[in-house]
Write a protein that binds this ligand. Sequence first.
Ligand code: CAA
Length: 283
Amino acid sequence: MEIRKIGIVGAGQMGNGIAHVMSLAGYDVMLNDISDDALSNAMDLMKSNMERQVSRGKITADQLSDALSRINCTTTLSELGRTDLIIEAATERETVKQAIFEDLVPHLQPHTILTSNTSSISITRLASRTDRPEKFMGFHFMNPVPVMQLVELIRGIATDEPTFSACKEVVEKLDKTAASAEDFPAFIVNRILMPMINEAVYTLYEGVGSVQSIDSSLKLGANHPMGPLELADFIGLDTCLAIMNVLHDGLADTKYRPCPLLTKYVEAGWLGRKTDRGFYDYR
Ligand code: CAA
């Protein structure tokens, strides 16, 4: 089955990055969010990110205008019914994602594939809330989407082969690399990355090092492009905590216990770059 039209639910950090790469690859995009402001902010951000790509010679000005003209915005989920593939990129809360899929189902065409950009939640459980578990899978991008090469593709227990192949073809058309992961808590990237970030927060909590010394140790000592605390701020501390909770609950092992300091920051509303305050102060 050929995918031409892609629906994206959520115009935040991940959703706008996904719309960016899909439209540049030639797909028609229907971008959905509950707020008009979120949609217009996403369009502005995509335009400025694409302008930077033009100024660095990565894409042409014509590619930029063609891509932006392929993106339509809507605040109604029903409009996504006419697409071939839907990628849900809402907040990392299972109840929110379940409600979105339940609202989408009555509007879908029979062939529409449903996917979630979840970074940790069970694909099998999300699929079970829809009428098409065989046409449901995980489609997990990394942040920043236009820059990161990897997409994790996760089969739920019922995902059929045509669905997996259709999603893999989309990843190839984006010039990205697909890694196939089984449906266990946090899949591959976050199963490994989040415990490292959580351990960095414990290292801070126990006074082993300062924010600066922890980050520069990993940057200069292990060649990471960003230190773990800087990366946590970039991803969002609420997302990091949500993923640690999925690991802790799903694998029932105390080694995944979220650091109390991470919980405290999230409770304070210090979520990282998106709220101008996290381990660093961006104000
Ligand atoms: N859109 C488009 N392009 C972008 C961009 C964006 N949002 N952000 C950065 N770029 C581009 C820049 O234009 C630049 O392009 P050129 O090479 O053509 O000049 C390139 O990326 C590098 O950017 P900068 O020079 O501004 O900055 P940098 O060299 O410090 O790199 C970074 C920035 C790519 C973000 C780098 O710090 C990095 O790789 N950090 C680690 C990111 C990471 O680990 N991501 C995974 C997070 S985990 C995840 O996403 C999974 C999950 O579920 C939580």
